[in-house]
Design a protein around this ligand. Structure first.
Ligand code: NAD
Length: 316
């Protein structure tokens, strides 16, 4: 199979490519390197297993160049990863999320590409959903601009299935963490301790409680579900069994970095920023019913990630 991975030089995309290459797929990447890192996929580029198109999915011509390479399946992961950015700049998620997803789907139609996996998010459920939240919860009322763009992307994917006969897998991810992470709470905490090992500022009151999934589990889950769910439109939450609080993450990062003298200071308030969802947990029953389970729960994934990122970032 020849796969096109949008955002393939990114955190989740590069782990997905490791799996695709290992199972023998040919891989084309389109990435503008805004948050991606070529080094994450350099070994596959050197081995000739990955063909990289440096381009912007906001530009239909760039998308067309990648899509014309005889693609069987698109893994659409490229997006602005920074949910907080929407509090300052209000058209990033619209352009890099909603419009860019339209560009991908339209280029698939024009090039006769029939399968797509779309990286959506738990944040589409908003903050009033029952916990754990099942896929059939609705109406979904996202409270961030990023969440709105994911919901719009889901709608576009679903409409291309209904109108143009695509087959799609929409994945609503929990918080995905692991090696090569370039953003997120654990990455931020390690950088803060690197700048000042005597204190760790935590946004909010530390009681925010979310579910964390290790990135290897995430990409294994994607490929397992795609091999085992064959409806025209397949919607799956991907997450772990439990949650961890931000307070607990701060304690674990202090422990792993051995910054034992660090004072953990909370900025206060029930959420990290406007549009943040203080409590999130996905129902993973549907994922489990496909026969896939995670290898790590939230706390193991956090400890593992802190250890990997400490090695990658260093404290010196
Ligand atoms: P990431 O920032 O590491 O990866 C995104 C990649 O897309 C990067 O390589 C970036 O350079 C590329 N990109 C961004 N805009 C682009 C554009 N206009 N044109 C071409 N390339 C572009 O983020 P990630 O954590 O790997 O996230 C991957 C996907 O999963 C995203 O769609 C994200 O919204 C979604 N997601 C991630 C999480 C998580 O916890 N990491 C949770 C839910 C959903």
């Amino acid at each position: 199979m020849r796969a096109l991975v949008t955002g393939g030089a990114g955190f989740i995309g590069s782990h997905l490519i490791d799996r695709l290459v290992a199972r023998g797929d040919d891989v084309v990447v389109i990435d503008n390197l805004s948050s991606g890192v070529v080094a994450f996929i350099q070994s596959h580029l050197d081995a000739g297993r990955v063909d990289m198109v440096e381009g912007d999915i906001c530009n239909p011509d760039d998308v067309g160049r990648a899509m014309a390479k005889d693609i069987d399946c698109v893994f659409h992961l490229a997006a602005n990863p920074d949910i907080r950015l929407g509090t300052r700049i209000t058209d990033t998620d619209l352009n890099q999320g909603t419009v860019a997803t339209y560009n991908i789907l339209e280029s698939m139609r024009l090039n006769g590409v029939k399968k797509i996996a779309f990286a959506s998010s738990s944040v589409v459920y908003g903050e009033d959903a029952p916990l754990p939240t099942p896929e059939d919860h609705g109406p979904c009322m996202p409270i961030s601009l990023y969440g709105a763009s994911k919901q719009a992307g889901e709608g576009l994917v679903s409409s291309w299935v209904g109108t143009f006969g695509l087959q799609a897998w929409i994945f609503r991810f929990a918080n995905i963490i692991g090696a090569r992470g370039t953003h997120g709470v654990i990455y931020d905490f390690i950088h803060k301790l690197k700048n000042d090992p005597s204190r760790l500022e935590v946004l909010g009151n530390g009681l925010q409680e979310k579910s964390y999934m290790e990135v290897g589990d995430c990409v294994d889950g994607i490929l397992h579900v795609m091999a085992n769910a064959d409806a025209p439109l397949n919607l799956y939450n991907l997450g772990s069994h439990d949650t961890a609080s931000v307070r607990r993450i701060a304690e674990l990062v202090v422990e792993v970095t051995q910054c034992h003298d660090a004072r953990i200071e909370y900025t206060g308030g029930d959420r990290g920023w406007a549009g943040d969802i203080p409590r999130a947990r996905l129902s993973i029953q549907k994922m489990l019913q496909t026969g896939f389970d995670v290898s790590m729960n939230s706390e193991d994934a956090i400890r593992h990630t802190a250890t990997c990122l400490l090695e990658e970032i260093g404290l010196e």
